[in-house]
Design a protein around this ligand. Structure first.
Ligand code: RTP
Length: 151
């Protein structure tokens, strides 16, 4: 079912330290997406390297990993129709200099290396990332307001 699409969203250490957790959750929740799973965790270097393994050849890979392990992050699974693509729109362009006002990055950050949030870039990467971050599975529940969001 289209409404069961899931995406992996992570509030990075700067987003946590700057007190943006509530605002970020609020934006996804108000849109109508369903918070399927959430945890706060500080990850090890090897774990961060695995999450960003596709970027291992980039010159910024080392500093990106340093950034991700520098404090706790909030890992979440959000569900809903078009959750991956719409999640990326809510987040805004990777470089905050290009993110539109009204997006999370457009409103709250300045530098690409401190861009406060991650969102899966495809349905397949969402599945991979959710399996990595939630290896024990997630609670199977559904909010009661489903029929007020979808026809
Ligand atoms: P993310 O995976 O975090 O959602 O970001 P993204 O898809 O929008 O961007 P991607 O190209 O996958 O880059 C991942 C993260 O690496 C950091 N970055 N730093 N210093 C730099 O030039 C640079 N470029 C990218 C950002 O934190 C970016 O979100």
């Amino acid at each position: 079912m289209a409404n069961s699409e899931v995406t992996f969203i992570m509030i990075k250490p700067d987003g946590v330290q700057r007190g943006l957790i509530g605002d970020i959750i609020c934006r996804f929740e108000k849109k109508g997406f369903f918070l399927k799973a959430m945890k706060m965790v500080q990850v090890e270097r090897a774990f961060a390297e695995k999450h960003y393994s596709d970027l291992s050849s980039k010159p910024f890979f080392g500093s990106l990993v340093e950034y991700i392990v520098s404090g706790p992050v909030v890992a979440m699974v959000w569900q809903g129709k078009g959750a991956v693509a719409t999640g990326r729109k809510i987040i805004g362009a990777t470089n905050p200099a290009a993110s539109e006002p009204g997006t999370i990055r457009g409103d709250y950050c300045i530098e690409v290396s401190r861009n406060i949030i991650h969102g899966s870039d495809a349905v397949e990467s969402a599945q991979k990332e959710i399996a990595l971050w939630f290896p024990d599975g997630i609670v199977d529940w559904r909010s009661a307001n489903h029929s007020w969001i979808y026809e």
